[in-house]
Design a protein around this ligand. Structure first.
Ligand SMILES: [Zn+2]
Length: 156
């Protein structure tokens, strides 16, 4: 799935997961593990009942352990992406606002400010024309941001 279409990360039973689709027949929402398509390529899928909130496990997680810190880090990065799309705040202001909701440990693991700026600018590139993106700022951060992101993906 292209990055721009990624759904927000939610923590389901301690696991970072993403909504895949509504299952109207059973009144449930289908969630996939965020590691699907990554190195671990975990194909876990859970269904959550929309009324009762009951979780039905279709396929359990495989190849990685539940990690509360990782789940929070993924949630923070996702929140940055989602908020970036609907706000015009500077990356710094956005970062400060979102970071204030998380513990110092989570904020540190979520990446440096330059990596965060990259997440924000990429999230905003989806809708507006490319012209609006400041190319110079972009170039400067490409190397370190993508390096950090790969590093983070490898760790998690
Ligand atoms: Zn998983």
């Amino acid at each position: 799935m292209p990055r721009g279409k990624m759904k927000a990360t939610e923590i389901v039973n301690g696991w970072p997961m993403r909504k895949k689709k509504d299952l109207k027949n059973t009144n449930e929402v289908l969630y996939y593990c965020i590691h699907r398509g990554r190195l671990t390529d975990c194909h876990a899928s859970y269904c959550i009942n929309m009324e009762t909130g009951e979780i039905r496990v279709i396929r359990e997680h495989f190849g990685h352990e539940p990690n509360a810190l990782e789940a929070e880090v993924e949630k923070m990065k996702s929140e940055l992406r989602e908020t970036a799309k609907s706000s015009t705040e500077s990356p710094r202001a956005l970062y400060d606002r979102i970071a204030s909701k998380y513990s110092a440990e989570v904020v540190e693991r979520a990446g440096s400010l330059s990596a965060i700026k990259r997440i924000v600018s990429r999230a905003r590139t989806v809708e507006p024309p490319r012209k609006l993106v400041k190319k110079d700022d972009d170039k400067e951060q490409v190397t370190s941001a993508s390096f950090l992101e790969n590093l983070l993906n490898d760790i998690t």
